[in-house]
Design a protein around this ligand. Structure first.
Ligand code: 4GN
Length: 257
């Protein structure tokens, strides 16, 4: 997969692209990621890339000209696939969308800064606007890195035989169960005995239950779409009741009403 990333700070991608799994994927030629500096594309004498917003208001807007010229240059150099602008006002990213993007020949990612990009550049060259979630970053680079990372995992050969895309959060609609490694006891904290039992059916059952409980506590919205058996629904109901009875009484010493 061939990815270009348009940024005013392309050096931000250096260590990200060299480390760990992505570093190896790139040396093996499975992944080609090129951070591209927007500034040289500016027509201005001093290579400015931003200007004041029409209509007033705080901050600066990234000008259309350098961005549109950069994207058109990349298109002429054989960069295919959607041009994606990372922004908090985009369509929320999902694992399904990540998998779909991994089947593309490539992508061109646009990283914004300041108050954002002139709408005319978005209208001309951007195919999709994607958001990682309801939060705001100073620039789109960290969001672009997250997207590249998530997509790369589904590019054939990027994950070794030890790493899988299968049995992780979201693939079965539930959050992951807790993991433990050596030592069996650490600072007085023991590993759940079932995991040391060697009884694989019990281990699977415990993990499934932990996933269900976590999803109930942290992401009840996901639980509605997941396929719990009637037995599992009953178990959850009982376990939640049980938990409420044995819960510590709430600390109200600071409560003033
Ligand atoms: C993306 C970009 C958040 C996201 C961003 C997100 C840069 N913040 N939630 N910041 O995926 C104005 C111009 C803010 C670009 C944008």
């Amino acid at each position: 997969m061939k990815i270009a990333v348009l940024s005013l700070f392309p050096e931000m991608f250096d260590s990200f692209l060299s480390a760990s799994i992505l570093g190896r994927a790139r040396t093996e030629g499975l992944l080609d990621v090129r951070p591209v500096d927007i500034r040289p594309y500016s027509d201005k004498k001093h290579k400015n890339t931003d200007d004041y917003p029409f209509g007033g208001g705080a901050g600066m807007v990234m000008m259309a000209q350098p961005i549109v010229d950069a994207v058109r240059d990349l298109r002429s150099q054989d960069y295919a696939g959607p041009c994606i602008y990372l922004s908090p006002r985009g369509t929320p990213l999902t694992q399904k969308k990540v998998v779909a993007l991994s089947a593309q020949e490539g992508m061109i990612l646009l990283c914004g800064h300041y108050e954002g990009v002139d709408q005319r550049a978005i209208d001309l060259v951007v195919d999709e606007e994607i958001s990682l979630g309801d939060f705001v970053l100073t620039g789109g680079e960290v969001a672009a890195m997250a997207l590249i990372d998530a997509v790369a995992r589904y590019v054939p050969g990027v994950l070794g035989s030890g790493e899988s895309t299968e049995e992780e959060s979201f693939s079965d609609g539930l959050l992951e169960y807790p993991q433990y490694s050596r030592p069996e006891e650490w600072h007085g904290k023991k590993v759940p005995p079932v995991l040391l039992s060697g009884h694989h059916a019990n281990i699977e059952k415990w993990r499934r239950e932990q996933s269900i409980l976590r999803t109930y506590e942290r992401r009840p919205d996901l639980l509605e779409k997941s396929s719990l058996t009637w037995k599992e629904k009953k178990w959850l109901e009982e376990t939640v009741k049980e938990k409420t009875v044995h819960e510590e009484p709430e600390d109200v010493t600071e409560c003033t009403n």
